[in-house]
Write a protein of this length. Sequence first.
Length: 258
Amino acid sequence: MSFWKMSTLQVSYARPSSASIRDANLYVSGLPKTMTQKELEQLFSQYGRIITSRILVDQVTGVSRGVGFIRFDKRIEAEEAIKGLNGQKPSGATEPITVKFANNPSQKSSQALLSQLYQSPNRRYPGPLHHQAQRFRLDNLLNMAYGVKRFSPITIDGMTSLVGMNIPGHTGTGWCIFVYNLSPDSDESVLWQLFGPFGAVNNVKVIRDFNTNKCKGFGFVTMTNYDEAAMAIASLNGYRLGDRVLQVSFKTNKAHKS
DNA sequence: TACGATT
């Protein structure tokens, strides 16, 4: 006896691959963290038919990163949405959003490969701090450097209850470091080279001007371990790179004021 | 060019 295994096929119309729908994908940043995907679609739907939408979230906390994508049916709709929404404040929002055409998602693997290479333990020069005594000394060193009694994440290492707490530099995926005074022609490799020796680097980013593609003078480095990040900061803040003196600190939430 | 983010 034989039988047929029944299965379900999903069927949909193919979208025409014409120029009219090419590059209709938008990248949106500066979104309120509370904005849902539905609300994002509602905001953009006035400009045309939305094919897909997405809000990027932190892998650990699940909270919005304030960044998302909207793909319209047609290029012209995306263009109109940029005109209408770029630099605008959604109702209830305190900050304006940025709306621009998205980059092609394919070509971004080389950085990830580099990331793996530089996380290889035998590249670490000072080495990770394993011992409680070293941690204690490091914490005191940092307290002296900051001139204040700091909150020490060391005492709660390994706990997951940090989620939602506002600790400078801490993100769901590591410790985020702000690096200022990079030269205009800097690229990611300089950040890997500077920070890699101190331990596990998850990610580096040089912030560039959209038009000139030159570095805007700063960047970010995310490191896995607090001790290593703290040691990198203590060592690299004030470091002279070429004719520039770097300023290195944990990332803060707000723009610099002074 | 003083705190991003590219599925």
